[in-house]
Design a protein. Structure first.
Length: 582
């Protein structure tokens, strides 16, 4: 879903910040495997007695499904997911992997990850023996076999099917051990993190699913109420729609009962209300992108004087614009002309946009790759670039049949060039849209700005109906985030409008290279495919990048745990089972 972009506060080069927190090297995208006990996810020390038993956090939006894989909204969905659910594998703030629900990571060394000559694979997973669902039933291999059937069902809408689309089947070996059979190579088959093949409780849901009524299955209150049964460190006990969700620590959590007894998640979309609650002491922390740039500055300044807490800023997302290629939704057919698309990008002063929107922390982001990535120099040299150049923009638009008449561009029939620009509600987002609109107006484009209200962020059918340009964001994660331009991710009615490719750009060369970048076990081959795919995407302007988008998290003094995260693993709550008061 659309990421309601928030900007960073401190003035420092983004490259150095990302270099410290984000290294997603393609040549090293199959890191060394570990089967040791997880240091970053060890149970809390016994005997600690926090002086407070409740944490109250603020989040900008509700979700529509407590199951991570079935929640269509990525921006905030990850924050909820780690409370109710536990993935097989967890990554700490530096990207180090540890088994979580899994007892160990599959390894080629010990035979639990095998690759066959035809490219098919098997991985063997063992679930922790003491893992339980919130109703006390053990988490079993059958729960993963059932989840595999659900995730493979094309009638079950999912935002993305990574890596499920590469999985052929799941077979239980015993109550706690199962094998995943892969129909194609997948380099990250040993690190299934949040929103990747998470278990579903077979003993509760299989009968409903097997009845064959998909609507009844998807509309069950199980997904959106305290009836939800997960395997995470907290269980939902109360949900007041539009106001708050209350979670209680799960006594039998397999990593030990959390030190925090109760976690209250307040829904606060209004920026002024959020700041007031933070400064008054009624909110202990913010999650994800809830805290905007200007609000982060205010809270930081106040807390620096009072000593009441800190604001932590980190790189988070790739901000970009989608273009509507679906002819049934497109309101400006000129966008189908690549000369027009190139002209529009040349007409936006993205350098100034990045400086203003990130307080100088970011430069232009042409592609969804961090400058610190070892592959970045090759990508940067290969891709097409469109620096701010109003004259070049005018020339390309004129070549496509649009000439300047007074303040407006018109075609041969005298029709003015108008384009819709969609952004999400919020002071930061609306400022960004205004800057882009003003730039395009200078080259003669009439921009109609539409603000997507917070109440419709999760309305997938509405979100894909933009007729021109749509500003959104995704994790800085190669190659996974590249799926925002993959044709299989077109958000169509058959998928209940769920998909990352809302503009439905389609390019066979891009798709082929994206699949290769996602499946090859050869790092060099993957790297070549990434370079070729991003070259195709930028040359055809399937989407166009804007900036690197940091996020700021406020944490009250004494609360230990909230803070930095590994950017591709969405969710500030990744270590919520370890949060505590000092």
């Amino acid at each position: 879903m659309r990421c309601a972009r928030r900007r960073a506060v401190a003035r420092s080069p983004l490259t150095s910040i990302i270099g410290a927190a984000l290294i997603v090297g393609i040549a090293a995208c199959a890191p060394a495997r570990s089967t040791s006990s997880p240091g970053a996810v060890s149970p809390p020390s016994s005997g600690t007695a926090p002086h407070k038993s409740t944490v109250t956090v603020a989040i900008g939006q509700e979700i529509t499904n407590l199951a991570g894989k079935l929640e269509p909204q990525r921006t905030y969905g990850g924050e909820y997911g780690f409370l109710s659910n536990s993935p097989l594998v967890l990554k700490d703030a530096q990207g180090n992997r540890s088994p979580l629900l899994a007892f160990a990571l599959p390894s080629r060394d010990d035979g639990t990850w095998t690759v066959n000559p035809d490219g098919t694979m098997t991985t063997t997973w063992h679930i922790r023996d003491n893992a339980k669902w919130h109703d006390g039933f053990p988490v079993t291999s059958q729960d993963f076999a059932f989840a595999g059937r659900v995730y493979a069902d094309p009638l079950i809408p999912m935002r993305e099917r990574e890596p499920e689309r590469f999985v052929d089947r799941v077979e239980p070996l015993d109550g706690k051990t199962f094998q995943m059979y892969w129909k194609a190579p997948y380099p990250w088959a040993d690190e299934l993190i949040t929103r990747q093949f998470e278990a579903l409780p077979d003993h509760i849901l299989s009968a409903l699913y097997d009845a064959g009524d998909h609507d009844a299955f998807l509309n069950s209150s199980f997904w959106t109420s305290p009836a939800y049964v997960g395997d995470g460190p907290f269980r939902l006990t109360e949900w007041d729609p539009g106001a708050q969700l209350i979670y209680r620590a799960f006594d039998d959590y397999f990593m030990g009962k959390p030190a925090i007894d109760e976690l209250v998640m307040r829904i606060i979309p209004d920026a002024n209300t959020l700041v007031s609650n933070l400064l008054s002491g009624s909110i202990d922390a913010t999650l994800g992108i809830t805290l905007g740039q200007q609000q982060a500055i205010t809270v930081r300044q106040q807390w620096q004087q009072s000593g009441d807490g800190q604001v932590i800023t980190m790189p988070a997302r790739f901000q970009f614009a989608q273009i509507q290629f679906d002819p049934t939704r497109n309101g400006q057919p000129a966008l189908f002309d690549v000369r027009v698309r190139r002209g529009l990008v040349h007409g936006i002063d993205r350098d100034t946009l990045a400086q203003v929107m990130t307080e100088g922390m970011s430069g232009v982001a042409d592609v969804m790759m961090a400058p610190s990535d070892p592959l970045f120099p090759r990508v940067d040299a290969a891709i097409a670039k469109y620096p701010y150049d109003p004259q070049r923009a005018a020339a390309l638009l004129q070549e496509a049949g649009w000439t300047r008449r007074g303040d407006n561009l018109v075609n041969a029939g005298g029709q003015a060039f108008a384009v819709d620009l969609w952004t999400t509600a919020g002071a930061d987002n609306e400022q960004e849209g205004s800057i882009m609109g003003a730039n395009l107006a200078q080259v003669g484009v009439q921009v109609v700005q539409t603000t997507v209200p917070q109440s419709r962020i999760s309305d997938t059918e509405y979100r894909v109906s933009f007729p021109g340009l749509n500003v959104t964001a995704g994790p800085i994660d190669i190659p996974q985030t590249m799926n925002v331009a993959h044709s299989d991710q077109c958000a169509v009615a058959e998928r209940r409008y769920v998909g990352t490719n809302r503009g439905c750009w389609k390019n066979a060369d891009y798709d082929r290279n994206y699949i290769l970048a996602s499946t090859s076990l050869d790092p060099a081959e993957r790297a070549d495919a990434v370079v070729d795919a991003l070259k195709v995407m930028t040359e055809d302007v399937g989407i166009f990048g804007l900036l690197y988008n940091p996020e700021s998290v406020a944490v009250r003094k004494g609360l230990v745990g909230p803070g930095r995260r590994w950017p591709p693993q969405v969710g500030t709550t990744w270590n919520v089972h370890q949060w505590r008061w000092e």
